[in-house]
Write a protein that binds this ligand. Structure first.
Ligand code: NAD
Ligand code: UGA
Length: 467
């Protein structure tokens, strides 16, 4: 490729495409990396220092590589033509209507990318599925490419991404493993080797796993299903703890010290959120159903049902504790992102709590260090169907505050819904003094020192803890 060892294009400049490619560019100065998108707004933001996503450490990596070997562009025709390797890292949301509505993943965007590549490419290329997709999507992509071939062959690989938001740069720099699936043919194995050589610039070879396509695609869905299952498992136990007087933190500690179980991902919460856990489990459920495995489908669906139960239980608990009414009461919501260190609100549990409290006619004041009011409304409309047109007074009912103290000023209750570090060091005495009494505090993340808060005077209710 001329002055470059390899030219990579990534179609999709989102939470995965952006950080993943930035780290490849950082670790491989001799590879030219272009991140492309159909959204001009998204690409324009990547070309400024006001990046479209918040991720610790990301800006530094982008600043180091941008215009050196990392470029952001909407000129997909030109970049497809030039690239040796093309990643597809577009969104694959759950279908909302038609066959498989509410469960199947829509791979429309992946297919559009494949068709775009087929139309433009004048020579052989390696096409890599980075998006999380149903098993056998690589076959669909292959067939589209093959049907449009002009005397050369494309190789399609699967290389699912395991980064978590909020720790994306750390996860990418030091991944537990990189997984690459491909056709077990001479050409397929050669393509796998090319992709292995990219990651081998910084990932030890023992941590780069290669396998066939279907195992790779399915492993991604299974990894997310297992992770989400742990959260639902501990959350189910949090309900039992509240009923029996056991302490869920003590359970996590005692159970997690068994090496076979492990310590991580046993943190009880108001529920898991994020764009992927629910979507990917539904994807798995739909696959099971497609192959007639109803018992397997039911088993995994229960992970989501437990999560719904947990979110609902939390908002019902607020109303029940506050004398069965929150009508007209000011309730402060600290944290709206689905986890700390991100501004992402997709499927965030905070949204479901806010929605439920709005139905009770509470006055909501939200403070989150990274979430914009615009994103809040977009997601509320997309996922809950609540918007300004069908819900008059929505704008007046929800205030977004620029700091935690003003959100809590005069409130009847404070709810901790995201585990932001800064919430640990707030002056809770000052907050208490400014609130209506009795001052309720609902800790949905087990973030705070409840003994200390009770000493100040708060009535504290926390997930999985005796009141
Ligand atoms: P995203 O919505 O943040 O980004 C997707 C981008 O693709 C958007 O900017 C969109 O404009 C662009 N796009 C759509 N169609 C396109 C096309 N035809 N050509 C070019 N660009 C196009 O999504 P995301 O969170 O980055 O997720 C992408 C995929 O990665 C999903 O399949 C997801 O399941 C998977 N994944 C996500 C995460 C995560 O933490 N968000 C982690 C691992 C895997
Ligand atoms: C998750 C996986 O961890 C990644 O490996 C995967 O690549 C990604 O999904 C994806 O495919 O999109 P992410 O959703 O970004 O990453 O964040 P997590 O740290 O997994 O948290 C997900 C949700 O579970 C959050 O709402 C978090 O608060 C919650 N959670 C997590 C708990 O409630 N308790 C825990 O112990 C851990």
């Amino acid at each position: 490729s001329g002055e470059w060892d390899l030219k990579i294009l990534c179609m999709g400049a989102g939470y995965v495409g952006g950080p993943t490619m930035a780290v490849i560019a950082k670790q491989c100065p001799k590879i030219r990396v272009v991140v492309g998108d159909i959204s001009q707004k998204q690409i324009d933001a990547w070309n400024t220092d006001d990046l479209p996503i918040y991720e610790p450490g990301l800006l530094e990596v982008v600043q180091e590589c941008r215009h050196r070997n990392l470029f952001f562009s909407t000129d997909l025709d030109k970049e497809i033509d030039e690239a040796d390797v093309i990643f597809i890292s577009v969104n694959t949301p759950t279908k909302t209507k038609g066959i498989g509505a509410g469960a199947a993943a829509n791979i429309k965007n992946c297919e559009l990318c494949a068709r775009h590549i087929a139309k433009i490419a004048k020579q052989s290329k390696i096409v890599v599925e980075k998006s999380t997709v149903p098993v056998r999507t690589a076959e669909a992509i292959s067939r589209i490419l093959r049907a449009n071939e002009k005397g050369f062959e494309f190789q399609v690989l699967s290389n699912p991404e395991f980064l978590a938001e909020g720790t994306a740069i750390k996860d990418l720099m030091n991944p537990d493993r990189v997984l690459i699936g491909g056709p077990q043919t001479t050409e397929g194995l050669k393509a796998i080797e090319t992709l292995v050589s990219v990651y081998a610039n910084w990932v030890p070879l023992e941590q780069i796993l290669t396998t066939n396509l279907w195992s790779s695609e399915l492993s991604k869905l299974v990894a997310n299903a297992f992770l989400a299952q742990r959260v639902s498992s501990i959350n189910s136990i949090s309900a039992l703890c509240e009923a029996t007087g056991a302490d869920v933190n003590e359970i996590s500690r005692a159970v997690g010290m068994d090496d076979r179980i492990g310590k991580r991902f046993l943190q009880p919460s108001v529920g898991f959120g994020g764009s992927c856990f629910q979507k990917d489990i539904l994807n798995l459920v739909y696959l099971c159903e497609t192959y007639g495995l109803q018992a397997c489908a039911d088993y995994w669906r229960q992970v989501i049902q437990m999560n719904d139960f947990q979110k609902k239980r939390f908002s019902e608990g607020i109303v029940a504790s506050m004398f069965n009414t929150v009508t007209g009461k000011k309730i402060a919501i600290l944290g709206y992102a689905f986890k700390k260190d991100t501004g992402d609100v997709r499927e965030t549990p905070s949204m479901f709590v806010v929605r439920d409290l709005l139905q009770e006619n509470a006055k909501i004041h939200v403070y989150d260090p990274q979430v914009t009011r615009g994103d809040m409304w977009l997601e509320m409309d997309y996922t809950c169907g609540v918007n300004h047109d069908n819900t008059p007074g929505l704008d007046e009912a929800v205030t977004t505050s620029t700091d935690a103290y003003s959100a809590c000023d005069g409130a009847h209750a404070v709810c901790i819904l995201t585990e932001w570090d800064e919430f640990k060091t707030l002056d809770y005495k000052k907050i208490y003094d400014s609130m209506a009494k009795p001052a309720f505090l609902f800790d949905g993340r087990l973030l705070l020192d409840h003994k200390e808060l009770r000493k100040i005077g708060f009535e504290v209710h926390a997930i999985g803890k005796p009141d």
